[in-house]
Design a protein around this ligand. Structure first.
Ligand code: FES
Length: 269
Protein backbone atom coordinates (compact mmCIF):
# COMPACT_ATOMS: atom_id res chain seq x y z
CA UNK A 1 0.00 0.00 0.00
CA UNK A 2 1.27 3.45 -0.87
CA UNK A 3 2.29 5.64 2.05
CA UNK A 4 1.94 9.36 2.60
CA UNK A 5 4.12 11.62 4.69
CA UNK A 6 2.21 14.30 6.57
CA UNK A 7 4.26 17.14 8.08
CA UNK A 8 1.83 18.73 10.47
CA UNK A 9 2.14 21.95 12.43
CA UNK A 10 2.05 21.38 16.18
CA UNK A 11 1.68 24.15 18.71
CA UNK A 12 0.49 24.16 22.27
CA UNK A 13 0.80 27.66 23.69
CA UNK A 14 1.17 26.22 27.21
CA UNK A 15 4.15 24.07 26.20
CA UNK A 16 5.84 25.43 23.05
CA UNK A 17 7.34 28.82 22.39
CA UNK A 18 7.04 28.41 18.62
CA UNK A 19 5.06 26.13 16.31
CA UNK A 20 7.03 23.19 14.87
CA UNK A 21 6.39 20.47 12.29
CA UNK A 22 5.84 16.84 13.25
CA UNK A 23 6.10 14.07 10.66
CA UNK A 24 3.65 11.18 10.36
CA UNK A 25 3.72 8.37 7.81
CA UNK A 26 0.29 6.95 7.11
CA UNK A 27 -1.29 4.61 4.52
CA UNK A 28 -3.10 6.29 1.67
CA UNK A 29 -6.44 5.11 0.37
CA UNK A 30 -8.45 5.84 -2.74
CA UNK A 31 -10.33 9.16 -2.65
CA UNK A 32 -8.59 10.20 0.56
CA UNK A 33 -8.68 13.90 1.43
CA UNK A 34 -6.22 15.84 3.58
CA UNK A 35 -8.89 15.89 6.29
CA UNK A 36 -9.16 12.08 6.11
CA UNK A 37 -5.38 11.92 6.64
CA UNK A 38 -5.59 14.14 9.71
CA UNK A 39 -8.48 12.09 11.10
CA UNK A 40 -6.43 8.92 10.54
CA UNK A 41 -3.52 10.44 12.50
CA UNK A 42 -5.81 11.53 15.33
CA UNK A 43 -7.57 8.17 15.56
CA UNK A 44 -4.56 5.89 15.10
CA UNK A 45 -1.33 7.70 15.90
CA UNK A 46 -1.68 10.79 18.09
CA UNK A 47 -5.00 11.72 19.63
CA UNK A 48 -3.68 15.06 20.85
CA UNK A 49 -3.62 16.49 17.32
CA UNK A 50 -6.08 19.39 17.13
CA UNK A 51 -7.88 20.60 14.03
CA UNK A 52 -11.34 21.86 13.21
CA UNK A 53 -13.90 20.25 10.90
CA UNK A 54 -17.61 19.67 10.78
CA UNK A 55 -19.52 19.03 7.56
CA UNK A 56 -16.70 17.26 5.63
CA UNK A 57 -18.22 18.46 2.36
CA UNK A 58 -16.93 22.00 1.78
CA UNK A 59 -19.97 23.74 3.20
CA UNK A 60 -19.32 24.83 6.78
CA UNK A 61 -15.92 26.41 6.08
CA UNK A 62 -14.36 25.23 9.33
CA UNK A 63 -11.44 23.14 8.00
CA UNK A 64 -9.37 25.90 6.36
CA UNK A 65 -5.61 25.16 6.53
CA UNK A 66 -2.42 25.96 4.68
CA UNK A 67 -1.83 22.82 2.60
CA UNK A 68 1.47 22.64 0.73
CA UNK A 69 1.67 26.41 1.06
CA UNK A 70 -1.79 27.25 -0.27
CA UNK A 71 -4.90 28.02 1.80
CA UNK A 72 -7.46 25.26 1.19
CA UNK A 73 -10.33 23.42 2.83
CA UNK A 74 -8.87 20.12 4.07
CA UNK A 75 -12.11 18.23 3.40
CA UNK A 76 -12.19 19.55 -0.14
CA UNK A 77 -8.58 18.66 -0.98
CA UNK A 78 -8.14 15.14 -2.34
CA UNK A 79 -4.57 13.95 -1.73
CA UNK A 80 -4.42 12.69 -5.31
CA UNK A 81 -4.85 16.23 -6.66
CA UNK A 82 -1.84 17.47 -4.71
CA UNK A 83 0.38 15.31 -6.98
CA UNK A 84 2.82 14.48 -4.20
CA UNK A 85 3.11 12.01 -1.34
CA UNK A 86 4.56 14.68 1.00
CA UNK A 87 1.89 16.90 2.47
CA UNK A 88 2.66 19.84 4.71
CA UNK A 89 -0.23 21.19 6.74
CA UNK A 90 -0.07 24.39 8.76
CA UNK A 91 -2.58 26.62 10.47
CA UNK A 92 -4.06 29.41 8.32
CA UNK A 93 -1.67 32.36 8.06
CA UNK A 94 -2.80 35.86 9.14
CA UNK A 95 -4.75 34.41 12.07
CA UNK A 96 -3.59 33.76 15.65
CA UNK A 97 -3.13 30.03 16.39
CA UNK A 98 -5.13 28.55 19.25
CA UNK A 99 -3.52 25.11 19.02
CA UNK A 100 -1.94 22.97 16.27
CA UNK A 101 -4.09 23.56 13.16
CA UNK A 102 -6.83 25.55 14.88
CA UNK A 103 -6.74 29.26 14.06
CA UNK A 104 -8.76 31.87 15.91
CA UNK A 105 -11.21 33.32 13.39
CA UNK A 106 -12.35 36.00 15.88
CA UNK A 107 -10.62 38.84 13.95
CA UNK A 108 -12.48 37.79 10.78
CA UNK A 109 -15.86 37.67 12.51
CA UNK A 110 -15.29 41.06 14.21
CA UNK A 111 -14.42 42.70 10.87
CA UNK A 112 -17.32 40.96 9.15
CA UNK A 113 -19.71 42.25 11.82
CA UNK A 114 -18.37 45.80 11.42
CA UNK A 115 -19.64 46.09 7.83
CA UNK A 116 -23.24 45.34 8.94
CA UNK A 117 -23.71 42.06 7.04
CA UNK A 118 -27.49 42.14 6.91
CA UNK A 119 -30.26 43.91 5.01
CA UNK A 120 -30.83 47.46 6.18
CA UNK A 121 -34.24 48.04 4.68
CA UNK A 122 -36.36 51.18 4.36
CA UNK A 123 -38.82 49.57 6.73
CA UNK A 124 -36.90 47.68 9.42
CA UNK A 125 -40.13 46.46 10.99
CA UNK A 126 -40.85 44.63 7.73
CA UNK A 127 -37.28 43.24 7.64
CA UNK A 128 -37.46 41.95 11.20
CA UNK A 129 -41.04 40.65 11.09
CA UNK A 130 -41.82 40.11 7.40
CA UNK A 131 -45.46 40.12 6.33
CA UNK A 132 -44.55 39.20 2.77
CA UNK A 133 -41.56 38.61 0.47
CA UNK A 134 -39.72 41.26 -1.53
CA UNK A 135 -40.03 40.70 -5.23
CA UNK A 136 -36.73 40.50 -7.09
CA UNK A 137 -35.92 40.09 -10.76
CA UNK A 138 -33.28 37.68 -12.07
CA UNK A 139 -30.96 40.63 -12.88
CA UNK A 140 -31.33 42.01 -9.36
CA UNK A 141 -30.46 38.62 -7.89
CA UNK A 142 -27.47 38.19 -10.21
CA UNK A 143 -26.04 41.53 -9.06
CA UNK A 144 -25.07 40.00 -5.71
CA UNK A 145 -25.73 36.27 -5.64
CA UNK A 146 -22.19 34.99 -6.36
CA UNK A 147 -20.90 37.04 -3.41
CA UNK A 148 -23.57 35.49 -1.18
CA UNK A 149 -21.90 32.04 -1.49
CA UNK A 150 -19.22 33.05 1.04
CA UNK A 151 -18.89 30.45 3.85
CA UNK A 152 -16.60 32.61 6.04
CA UNK A 153 -13.80 30.04 6.01
CA UNK A 154 -11.10 32.74 6.08
CA UNK A 155 -9.07 31.35 3.15
CA UNK A 156 -9.23 34.68 1.29
CA UNK A 157 -7.94 36.50 4.39
CA UNK A 158 -5.12 33.97 4.75
CA UNK A 159 -4.12 34.46 1.09
CA UNK A 160 -4.26 38.27 1.13
CA UNK A 161 -0.82 39.98 1.10
CA UNK A 162 -2.35 43.22 2.43
CA UNK A 163 -3.79 41.44 5.51
CA UNK A 164 -0.30 39.96 6.01
CA UNK A 165 1.22 43.45 6.21
CA UNK A 166 -1.58 45.11 8.18
CA UNK A 167 -3.58 42.88 10.49
CA UNK A 168 -6.13 45.69 10.96
CA UNK A 169 -6.88 45.86 7.23
CA UNK A 170 -10.54 44.91 6.78
CA UNK A 171 -9.61 42.41 4.08
CA UNK A 172 -11.37 40.62 1.23
CA UNK A 173 -14.07 38.75 3.13
CA UNK A 174 -15.67 41.74 4.94
CA UNK A 175 -15.21 44.08 1.97
CA UNK A 176 -16.67 41.50 -0.42
CA UNK A 177 -19.66 41.10 1.89
CA UNK A 178 -20.03 44.88 2.17
CA UNK A 179 -20.49 44.96 -1.59
CA UNK A 180 -22.84 41.97 -1.49
CA UNK A 181 -25.30 43.95 0.68
CA UNK A 182 -24.78 47.28 -1.13
CA UNK A 183 -25.70 45.56 -4.42
CA UNK A 184 -28.92 44.15 -2.99
CA UNK A 185 -31.96 46.18 -4.00
CA UNK A 186 -33.68 45.42 -0.70
CA UNK A 187 -30.91 47.28 1.13
CA UNK A 188 -30.47 51.02 1.71
CA UNK A 189 -27.46 50.83 4.05
CA UNK A 190 -24.69 51.50 1.50
CA UNK A 191 -23.61 54.82 3.07
CA UNK A 192 -23.08 53.17 6.47
CA UNK A 193 -20.85 50.52 4.87
CA UNK A 194 -18.98 53.09 2.73
CA UNK A 195 -18.12 54.87 5.97
CA UNK A 196 -16.61 51.67 7.45
CA UNK A 197 -14.78 50.78 4.22
CA UNK A 198 -13.36 54.30 3.78
CA UNK A 199 -11.08 54.10 6.84
CA UNK A 200 -7.26 54.07 7.23
CA UNK A 201 -7.37 50.25 7.38
CA UNK A 202 -10.11 50.02 4.79
CA UNK A 203 -10.68 49.42 1.13
CA UNK A 204 -7.88 51.62 -0.26
CA UNK A 205 -5.24 49.21 1.09
CA UNK A 206 -6.33 46.60 -1.46
CA UNK A 207 -3.88 46.66 -4.34
CA UNK A 208 -5.66 43.97 -6.37
CA UNK A 209 -3.27 41.07 -5.91
CA UNK A 210 -6.25 38.78 -6.61
CA UNK A 211 -4.97 36.03 -4.27
CA UNK A 212 -8.31 36.11 -2.41
CA UNK A 213 -10.30 35.11 -5.48
CA UNK A 214 -7.82 32.36 -6.31
CA UNK A 215 -8.10 30.89 -2.82
CA UNK A 216 -11.89 31.01 -2.46
CA UNK A 217 -13.23 27.42 -2.43
CA UNK A 218 -16.76 28.54 -3.33
CA UNK A 219 -15.97 30.44 -6.53
CA UNK A 220 -16.65 33.84 -4.98
CA UNK A 221 -14.58 36.66 -6.47
CA UNK A 222 -13.86 39.04 -3.57
CA UNK A 223 -11.31 40.96 -5.68
CA UNK A 224 -14.10 41.84 -8.12
CA UNK A 225 -16.45 42.80 -5.28
CA UNK A 226 -13.80 45.14 -3.86
CA UNK A 227 -13.32 46.86 -7.23
CA UNK A 228 -17.09 47.25 -7.60
CA UNK A 229 -17.32 48.63 -4.08
CA UNK A 230 -14.53 51.12 -4.81
CA UNK A 231 -16.39 52.26 -7.92
CA UNK A 232 -19.64 52.67 -5.99
CA UNK A 233 -17.87 54.69 -3.28
CA UNK A 234 -16.12 57.01 -5.74
CA UNK A 235 -19.33 57.50 -7.73
CA UNK A 236 -21.17 58.26 -4.53
CA UNK A 237 -18.62 60.87 -3.44
CA UNK A 238 -18.90 62.53 -6.90
CA UNK A 239 -22.70 62.32 -6.66
CA UNK A 240 -22.74 60.14 -9.77
CA UNK A 241 -24.09 57.01 -8.12
CA UNK A 242 -27.42 55.96 -9.53
CA UNK A 243 -30.13 55.70 -6.91
CA UNK A 244 -31.53 52.19 -6.55
CA UNK A 245 -35.26 51.86 -6.94
CA UNK A 246 -36.35 50.42 -3.58
CA UNK A 247 -37.53 46.82 -3.68
CA UNK A 248 -41.25 46.37 -3.49
CA UNK A 249 -43.14 43.79 -1.52
CA UNK A 250 -44.64 40.90 -3.43
CA UNK A 251 -48.34 40.22 -3.16
CA UNK A 252 -49.15 38.78 0.27
CA UNK A 253 -49.52 35.00 0.16
CA UNK A 254 -53.00 33.62 -0.38
CA UNK A 255 -54.71 32.94 2.90
CA UNK A 256 -56.18 29.62 1.83
CA UNK A 257 -54.01 26.93 0.29
CA UNK A 258 -54.56 26.34 -3.44
CA UNK A 259 -56.32 23.10 -4.22
CA UNK A 260 -53.95 20.50 -5.68
CA UNK A 261 -55.40 17.68 -7.71
CA UNK A 262 -53.97 14.43 -6.39
CA UNK A 263 -53.29 11.94 -9.19
CA UNK A 264 -54.93 8.57 -9.12
CA UNK A 265 -52.85 5.72 -7.69
CA UNK A 266 -50.99 3.98 -10.46
CA UNK A 267 -50.69 0.73 -8.49
CA UNK A 268 -53.80 -1.09 -7.49
CA UNK A 269 -53.82 -3.65 -4.74
FE1 FES B 1 -16.93 21.76 6.52
FE2 FES B 1 -14.49 21.25 5.52
S1 FES B 1 -15.42 20.32 7.22
S2 FES B 1 -15.89 22.79 4.94
Amino acid sequence: MQELTFRVQRYNPGENKEPYLQEFTIPSSQGMTVLDGLIYIKENVDNTLSFRSSCRMGICGSCGMLINNFPMLACHSPVEELKTDRIEVRSLPNFPVIRDLVPSLDPLFAKHKSIKPYIIGPDMKEVEAPTSEYSQSREELEAYVQFAYCVKCGLCMAACPSVATDSLFLGPQPLGQAYRYCADRRDIGAKERFHVADSPHGIWLCHLAGACSEACPKGVDPALAIQLLKRAMVSDSLRLRKKKKPASLAQPPATSKPKIDVPEFTVTQ
